[in-house]
Design a protein around this ligand. Structure first.
Ligand code: NDP
Length: 248
């Protein structure tokens, strides 16, 4: 408790789902939080209000993670507001499904997937590092689908999450000398609007897992809070599964 007191976190995509839970958890653990959103303004404000209700500090910034300029501006707003950034969480992500044998995968879907799921991580990391001291943390939400892609239609999503594995290793090498760690959390099925724990697809996924249940956003947020904290100082360049044994 309070192991993040005095820290500042920037959560890219913090209005809903896993990102909102991470923003709230980091705040509960003592961090001041800047969170971004693209379209869910009301939900972003609700996250801010929930954090303020527990005595925390938070701001919400509109910034489309597909747009590098908007990411850089948001990072600047956060740094101007709080004076520094200690923790970057890259959570913004999109899921475009399509079986290449059955449908034409649009170039727009490919480009948007790469822009939001991959390019935003590079842009935000580079922008944040200027405001980050020794002990800094960069955490990206990848996916167990980098490791196991056991259903049809997920090729471009899996590609984007696999890119994060290599990117995390490279960033860890670049930023290690600065005392900054870089890690990739790879969740399995987590109950959110992107992947609701209901319907036939959810049943199929549960049949593939060692633990036949969906995870909760709080379980992922707890893992992120650990990686963000001082006890995780020796973990870097790692892609870490929290997936109920999905890829076991
Ligand atoms: P949701 O769709 O429930 O939430 C996505 C969040 O990302 C929202 O806050 C959304 O904000 C934000 N976001 C999406 N696109 C953009 C954008 N262009 N710019 C800024 N913010 C954006 O998804 P989840 O919470 O389920 O997923 C979060 C991350 O976890 C993603 O990277 C996803 O790939 C990954 N993941 C999810 C799993 C699952 O089973 N749920 C499993 C493994 C990984 P807004 O509404 O304002 O656009």
């Amino acid at each position: 408790v309070d192991h993040l007191a005095g820290k500042v976190a920037f959560v890219q995509g913090g209005s809903r789902g896993i990102g909102a839970a991470i923003a709230k958890r980091l705040a509960r653990d003592g961090a001041a939080v800047a969170l971004t959103y693209a379209s869910s303004a009301n939900q972003a404000q609700e996250v801010v209000q929930e954090i303020e209700a527990i005595g925390g500090r938070a701001i919400a910034i509109k910034a489309d993670s597909a747009d590098a300029m908007q990411i850089k501006s948001a990072v600047q707003v956060a740094a101007d507001t709080y004076g520094k950034i200690d923790i970057l969480v890259n959570n913004a992500g999109v899921l475009a499904l399509g079986n290449v044998a059955e449908t034409e995968i649009s170039l727009e879907d490919i480009d948007r997937t790469l822009a939001v799921n991959v390019r935003s991580v590079i842009v935000a990391s580079q922008a944040v590092v200027k405001h980050m001291d020794k002990g800094g943390r960069i955490i990206t939400i990848g996916s167990t689908n980098s490791d196991r892609m056991p259903f049809q239609g997920g090729s471009i999503y899996a590609m984007s999450k696999s890119a994060i594995v290599g990117l995390t290793k490279g960033l860890a090498r670049d930023l290690g000398p600065l005392g900054i760690t870089v890690n990739n959390i790879q969740p399995g099925p987590i109950d959110t609007e992107m992947n609701p724990d209901s319907g036939d697809f959810a049943q199929t996924l549960k049949g593939l897992m060692a633990l036949p249940r969906y995870g909760t956003v709080e379980e992922v947020a707890s893992f992120a809070a650990y990686l963000a904290g001082p006890e995780a100082a020796y973990i870097t360049g790692a892609s870490l599964l929290i997936d109920g044994g999905f890829s076991a």
